[in-house]
Write a protein that binds this ligand. Sequence first.
Ligand code: SF4
Length: 417
Amino acid sequence: MQQSGIERLDSHHQQFIQQQALAFRFTQQELRQLCDIATDLTMWGEAGLNEVWPEIDSEKLAPKQRRQRLLQQLRNHWLQLKEQPNSYPALPLAPAHDTQRIKRTHTEKTKLALGLCPVASPRTRCCNLMTLDAVENCGFDCSYCSIQSFYHGDEVRFDSRFGEKLAQLEIDPDRFYHIGTGQSSDSLMWGNQAGILDALLDFARSHPNVMLELKTKSKNISHLLKTDCPPNLLCTWSLNTPTLIANEEHLTATLDERLRAARRLADRGVLVGFHFHPMIHYQGWRADYAALFQRLVDEFTADEVVLVSLGTLTYIKPVIKQLRTRKGFHSKILQMPMVESDGKLSYPQAIKQEMFSFAYQSLRAWHDKVFFYLCMENHHLWQPVFGYEYPSNLAFEEAMKQAYLSKIRNIGDRGER
Ligand code: SF4
């Protein structure tokens, strides 16, 4: 019983499974399956294991067959819930944490955390983004976020010598770089705490051949509004539908707040961009995303927008295991059809193609003016979605950089500074 993960369940479910375990004499592996299914049903807000427990006519069946028949029926029920687009309740799913639970600590790290994008893979078409970690761990609570499985609980770490090390970073003046923050924590939610934003802005000013991307789900642009932002600064918002923000992106800024923040920076001539990652397939997704895409083309011009990236939920098994251990965790992000995809688990290709094509076609007003790309996806998807693809990650990276460079140059032409 201990090995089955039963401790993840509430006492009511624990008691129920213990009773059934005595009656059916489940093996340890069968108990683990039962506990996983019970955990998922609770996490998804569906009827609990005890409510869907099937009646098994035990007279005719041997004990082993009885168990197998029962598990098969439960597994079919679980799979059926995963196969259909999930529906979000009227009242958003409760977050595991209802307030900012984090503790800020200042530590002195030896090295600057600069490296290749942590989720890049040779098996997917990737842009070779370089990521810079100004802060470790995040104060937001997005249910699908794998960052949280990397870091230490509720502690958020600021590197006390970050600015100093960044200023000493050697940059080749003859090369164009795309460096992004926002992989290890949100780029803007902390404002200029520990001088992180000033350090980043100084770095961009000193290196006009670096496109510095600050990725965020925050509305906290107050420091940037007070500062003269360099033309090679790019602020990008991860966007999602109001239903998904309310149910899966806890403690983050609302859609209105994110778009308003982007609008205010664009009004000051700062380049902006939008990431739709993860797009999630749920009942009503088309109408909800259509409304979102329409708002974008209504509220922003292609000149102001550098990029639109598309991506979706992808998991490695340790992250799924970690999500199932979170107490009081309510989410539908695991209630989805999953297939093995480039070493990870994700939607079947058909669903991805449907969502990404819908997104790209909904933003056709920006085709050839804004740089569109798939993030962390197989190169096979590019042609059916975009009608083109890059032969290599290097070609992708090069095309992205040329597109970004021309937007930076455009700013000068637009005379917005
Ligand atoms: S495409 Fe996405 S996953 Fe790949 S390197 Fe770029 S940002 Fe990272």
